[in-house]
Design a protein around this ligand. Structure first.
Ligand SMILES: *Cc1c(COP(=O)(O)O)cnc(C)c1O
Length: 405
């Protein structure tokens, strides 16, 4: 890259609000599951922008959709109808239970819309006492004040003064606790069908089914946050398809845009009717440029061969990680579903997920963590065998150094 476009890492500390602590390496460009930094050093990307870059970097179907739409029309207000948004909404209703779609710009905003719809439905149909939102500890739903309050990590929600009210948290996977807590005052349950940020935790199928039954019993809505699990990540277009349970409201973002900012709330016709003109809105939500790219992404990812390919790739990763574990004995469990993979560290390595991430970075491999004990991988859903093998070989070298140190 040309010298005048280069930046130094220290500029981050000079001009950015310090709520992140990014790595020192500065990415410049990407292709497939590879990224090159400003000095042309190559990295294999098992992070995928935290479950965003589902088709890898600069996939031709995304680049084509972006270029075509960029020369037609970028933005319209919601005062107008726009074709890319309608095409994408139609597609999303075809690949899910939903009849209606609301577009936002992020996962948090999609969840905000989901929670507001649930509360509005309860006020309209049952009266103002039905306001309790129940969610789960270690859950993550975004960073707006309502969504971070519903999320189950006090470290993220505390210290900002009074929170939105009537939100409570229970342990994930504990159906008895939920049965004891729920009542006719419960408005909605919000949950991830597989906890991502909380450590890649898959619930028991009986728990998920039980939550649905309790919601039906108490006339409460079930909201699935599929911001991380959605759009092919677990091997079906949405993860709920594998649970035998259908939610009333579903939020989706991250991989929906494959790298362009977009989120959506999906719901039924009956519930959507409570969002009358003026009840909610977003300036950029449903932006034609974002919707055109997302439409291309959804068309590609929803192909049966791409979804089947996720299961196949899960096998490559599980085998590779088990083989590394046989060699280095660092993980207590390889968990997750599809290409949402967690390698949980054993007692000896407890708390050192970030050390693994940094050691991998030294070897030219980009990883993620989920908390301090889980190394997380959310690679491209179309990562090639060569890219996956090369990444695992680099992880092998990183773990060799780490265990020798
Ligand atoms: C990332 C994430 C969010 C927040 O999405 P943003 O686009 O960062 O607002 C919400 N829920 C889950 C499950 C997530 O993984």
């Amino acid at each position: 890259m040309t010298a005048e476009h280069k930046v130094e890492r220290k500029l981050f500390d000079e001009v950015m609000v310090p709520c992140y602590a990014p790595m020192n390496m500065i990415p410049d460009r990407g292709k497939g599951a590879r990224i090159w930094d400003q000095d042309d050093r190559e990295y294999i990307d098992f992070a995928g922008g935290i479950a965003v870059s589902c088709l890898g970097h600069c996939h031709p179907v995304m680049v084509d959709a972006l270029k075509t739409q960029a020369e037609k029309l970028w933005h319209l207000s919601n005062v107008m109808t726009n074709a890319p948004a309608l095409r994408l909404a139609k597609k999303l209703t075809e690949v899910s239970f939903a009849d209606r779609v609301f577009f936002a710009n992020s996962g948090a905003e999609a969840n905000e819309a989901a929670l507001k719809l649930a509360r509005r439905w309860a006020v309209d149909v049952h009266g103002p006492e039905k306001s309790e939102i129940i969610a789960f500890t270690q859950g993550f739903h975004g960073r707006t004040f309502f969504t971070v309050t519903v999320g189950g990590q006090a470290a993220y929600s505390d210290g900002f003064g009074p929170k939105p009210g009537d939100v409570s948290h229970l342990p994930y996977n504990d159906l008895d606790a939920l049965a004891a807590a729920m009542s006719d005052k419960t408005c909605a349950i919000m949950m991830e069908p597989l906890q991502g940020e909380g450590g890649i935790v898959t619930p028991d199928p009986a728990f998920v089914q039980g939550v649905r039954e309790l919601c039906d019993k108490h006339n409460a809505l079930l909201i699935f946050d599929e911001v991380q699990t959605g759009n092919g990540r677990t091997g079906t277009f949405y993860a709920y398809e594998q649970t035998g349970v259908t939610p009333d409201i579903l939020s989706t973002a991250k991989s929906l845009g494959g790298g362009i900012p977009i989120g959506a709330m999906l719901t039924t016709e009956k519930l959507a009717a409570h969002m009358k003109v003026g009840t909610h809105g977003s300036t950029y939500g449903g932006n034609p440029l974002a919707c055109a790219v997302a439409e291309a992404v959804v068309n590609e990812v929803s192909k049966p061969e791409v979804l089947a390919g996720v299961k196949e790739r899960e096998g490559w990763f599980r085998e590779g990680l088990e083989a590394l574990n046989a060699k280095y004995n660092m993980f207590s469990e390889i968990r997750g579903k599809g290409l949402l993979i967690g390698a949980a560290l054993n007692e000896e390595w407890k708390g050192r997920a970030r050390d693994v991430l940094l050691a991998a970075g030294e070897e030219g491999l980009l990883l993620l963590v989920a908390g301090t004990n889980v190394v997380r991988m959310t690679p491209s859903l179309v990562i090639t065998k060569e890219e996956a093998e090369e990444g695992l070989a680099r992880l092998d070298r990183a773990l060799a150094k780490l265990t020798a140190a």
